[in-house]
Design a protein around this ligand. Sequence first.
Ligand SMILES: [Zn+2]
Length: 330
Amino acid sequence: MRKSLNFLFNISLIFFIFAVSNLSLAQNKPLHQEPKPELPEEKNLSSIKFDSKRAFEHVRKQVEFGPRCAGSPALKNTRTYLINQLSSYGLSVKQDSFQAHTPNPRFPTVEMVNLIVEIPGKKDGIVILASHYDTKWFAEEHFLGANDGGSSTGVLVELARTLSKSKPEYTLWLVFFDGEEAMNGEWLGTDHTYGSTHLVNKLRTEGNLNKVKAMILLDMIGDMNLTVRRDSGSTLWLKDIIWNSAAKLSYDKNFVNEIEDIEDDHTPFLRAGIPAVDIIDFEYGEDNEYWHTEEDTLDKISPKSLQIVGETVLHSLPKIFNHLSSTPKL
Ligand SMILES: [Zn+2]
């Protein structure tokens, strides 16, 4: 992922965005009224225990496989590990394979594989929880991606376990994207977000895109100094629900109200008109000094941060389902 290049330009819009978001907060009463008694559905999901020890273990295991860029044997091993873990919870894992064409002359064509786990809900609509599981390719650096690739994938595997026995209101897809990272150095043109772009195109071709009601992306959420900012491009009502849930859990120091502008695997979904949000802490070390460096190692990852994100997602899901049920279709 990267901060959008038009970030500076957007600073002039920040006050406007604040004004609009305040206006819409005022208008969007159901989210901000006194809490209603919890529906059985909400109790069901909120009482499920997220275990950050398990999530951390999944991060450790991924790091042990070494640098895991798209197409590498290490990523194949990671994939096998993820499939084995997910299968052990009684979930079946779909492998969505495709050939990606990259601008890197060393590997112009790369076989990539998204992993998709479905937890059937009561309604047809789909809510996607996602993370990328590839790490960035470097010619020289031994890049381990404990945070960038590892942390969100560890949380997503643990979310799969905690949700595996539930019957959610909407069908959940847990999607592990391949090829989020640029394959030829800089994040340029179409050289990034291969897996998410492929899935959006595939759903569109199959006529299934309108079944996807919302998409929640996790990325770089293991930093022990966890500070998740509000991505300006992410969908407002999703951000409001998630940030309110975090505040209710006393995680408002971790989910802050600063704004930034991020391009990531949620971007192809937003462009397709699907509500989407990126939960990302894009300040890894001081001035993001560990990001895309050999310093992105396991010792920087905090189970507490994984716990904060896991719990916040679990507490947000029923509210997201309620919002989808109560919003009239356009
Ligand atoms: Zn990255």
